[in-house]
Structure formats: C-alpha cells, structure tokens
Design a protein around this ligand. Structure first.
Ligand code: PGA
Length: 249
C-alpha cells in the first residue's frame, strides 16, 4: 500500500558530465515499479529535469531556505527548486545539522516552506554513535520527530528518512533488528500524532551505507519503505541494483 521510494543524494558531487548517469539509470529501469528520486547538486537540477523528462524519475534539491525569498546570499528557496523543476527536497540531513548548525526548529521551518512550495520533503532524523551507545536512540528520534515535523503534513508530502549519523558514509550499518526497532518506533509515533490513516501511509526510508549487497536484507525489514542513498547513488551501476532490490522487496 505504501509506494516504495529509492532516493539518491549526490551531496556535493557531480558536474554536468555526471548527468549521463541518469540516462543509464532510466534505461535500466524504463518502467520502474517503485518511485526513484535523484537529488543532484543545485546547479544540475534544471538540466537533470530536462534529461529525465521522458521518465518518471523525480529530481529533488538537497536543502532549502525557510523563507520564500530575501537577503540570504547563497541560499536557495523552495520556490526556486520548484521553479527549476524539482519535485522533492531533502531537509534536515545530518550533514546540514552538523555543518550548518541546523536545529529541529530550522528543519521544521524549512519543511513548512517546502510543503508550501508544493515540494515533497524528505526529512532526515537519526542518532549519533554517542547517543546510541548511551541507549538514547529512541529518545533522540522521538525528540527529532516532535521538533522537526510540522503539524500540517500528509502521507503524500512528507517522507521520513531514518539515518543513523554513524552509518552515513562509513560502511557501518545497524543490525536488521536495530533498523526494525527504530522504524517500528517511528511508525508508532506517526500514528500517535497523525492518526491511523496518515501515520500508516507515510513512507519511512532507511539511510546510511546502503549498497547493492545489503539492500535486499534492509528492504525486508518491517516499515522500511525504501532507502536514501549517498555514495552508492552516484553511479547508475551501483544505484541500479538497489532499485532492483526494492522492486523485488
Ligand atoms: P551514504 O549516505 O549512503 O553514503 O552512507 C547516506 C546519506 O547521507 O543519505
């Protein structure tokens, strides 16, 4: 009932030449059974949208400002992403929270701006290694959900991505039980806050060192509705097996 989503986050990687990866991806998945999203760096969004025009591949931004416009040098508004043809935006990625000091309040404001612009927000939450080792994971997740997710969301305009900070780009992946525990917990929290309908229909992605070799196992975990993939999304030959694993999950 929840449509699965394979999302790629290119982060600060990729030049115009990298857009050929999109052709390889759309050719390999001409009629995908899952949603596929690529979030390239902002300068590539327009060209990526044109390149993917004949395919259901969605293109998204990696961040947006909380204001619609104004004196914010170097920032990008949600309207600008939409205008460039993006349909999604990642908000609250741990690299934004760490590198740019983004708080839950900031992430909530950005999410609101994204939804007002008509974008689908992919909102990231996740604990640090220190927090996990102190057995605070569920408390941190509950706090981030309460603080980052605005009230007026639907299952169509918001996707949650659970990304343990210590699993991002490290090759370390939580056990399947650990992933399941957090995803089940997020599902329960969403149902408590938004009711059965929205809470059960909202997608929850796992992110952090997902690759072709571990994707099928992760996708078999309950309440995992797809993945947010960094490193392994840069090359179609790495991302395609993840998409295929999700299609057969
Ligand atoms: P990774 O990044 O797949 O390279 O670990 C995941 C992410 O940051 O979304």
């Amino acid at each position: 009932m929840r449509r699965k989503l394979a999302a790629g986050n290119w982060k600060m990687n990729g030049l115009a030449a990298s857009l050929s990866e999109l052709d390889a991806l759309t050719t390999a998945h001409a009629d995908p059974k899952v949603d596929i999203l690529i979030c390239p760096p902002a300068p590539l969004i327009s060209a990526a949208v044109v390149q993917a025009a004949d395919h259901p591949l969605a293109i998204g931004g990696q961040d947006c400002h909380s204001a619609a416009s104004g004196a914010h040098t170097g920032d990008i508004s949600a309207d600008m992403l939409r205008d460039a043809g993006a349909s999604h935006v990642i908000v609250g990625h741990s690299e934004r929270r760490t590198d740019h000091g983004e708080t839950d309040d900031d992430v909530r404001a950005k999410t609101r701006a994204a939804l007002e612009a008509g974008l689908i927000a992919v909102l990231c939450i996740g604990e640090t290694l220190e927090e996990r080792e102190a057995a605070n994971t569920l408390e941190i997740i509950a706090g981030q959900l309460a603080g980052s997710v605005p009230d007026l969301v639907t299952a169509e305009n918001l996707v949650i991505a659970y990304e343990p900070v210590w699993a991002i780009g490290t090759g370390k992946v939580p056990t399947l039980n650990q992933i399941g525990e957090v995803h089940d917990f997020i599902r329960t929290k969403l149902i408590q806050r938004f009711g059965d309908g929205v809470g059960n229909s909202m997608r929850i992605l796992y992110g952090g060192s997902v690759k072709g070799s571990n994707a099928a196992d992760i996708f078999a975990v309950s309440n995992v509705d797809g993945a947010l993939v960094g490193g392994a999304s840069l090359k179609a030959e790495d991302f395609s097996p993840i998409v295929s694993a999700l299609e057969s999950a």
